[in-house]
Ligand binder design. Structure first.
Ligand code: 5GP
Ligand code: ZN
Length: 117
């Protein structure tokens, strides 16, 4: 797997070829607001590197996962989500994945039901 898939929407957002409302970035991770927000805070946290989904991570990706969740903590603190938030990552068609570049949905700012639909 190369670092970039030329046909991938989120790779184009990483490269700045498609505009996004970017709220975080470091050497390995960027985060931007979801175009169709499902909560007052709805941010997508993604690796710069093209990874399809959780199923395509390997044991060598521990540092990347740590950085993704570090970004989640930073963003949750900035958004003052003290009363809680949800982190979701959809894998495959049964889960409703629509963009095949790994992303964590950070959702907060309202109470949520369980289980998800
Ligand atoms: P999935 O359904 O794969 O878990 O999540 C993909 C998410 O990407 C959806 O919540 C969708 O609203 C969001 N999305 C799709 N296209 C774009 C886009 O061009 N820009 C942004 N900011 N979000 C997008
Ligand atoms: Zn990609």
């Amino acid at each position: 797997m190369t670092d970039r898939d030329p046909d991938c929407l989120f790779c184009k957002i990483v490269a700045g070829e498609i505009p996004s409302d970017r709220v975080y970035e470091d050497d390995d991770v960027i985060a931007f607001r979801d175009i169709n927000p499902r909560a007052p805070t709805h941010v997508l946290v993604i690796p710069r590197r093209h990874v399809l989904d959780v199923q395509h991570l390997t044991d060598a990706d521990g540092e990347l996962l740590s950085r993704l969740f570090s970004a989640v903590r930073t963003l949750a603190a900035e958004a003052a989500l003290e009363s809680g938030y949800r982190v979701v990552t959809n894998v495959g068609p049964d889960a409703g994945q629509t963009v095949f570049h790994l992303h964590l949905h950070l959702l907060g700012g309202r109470s949520m039901s369980w289980p998800p639909g």
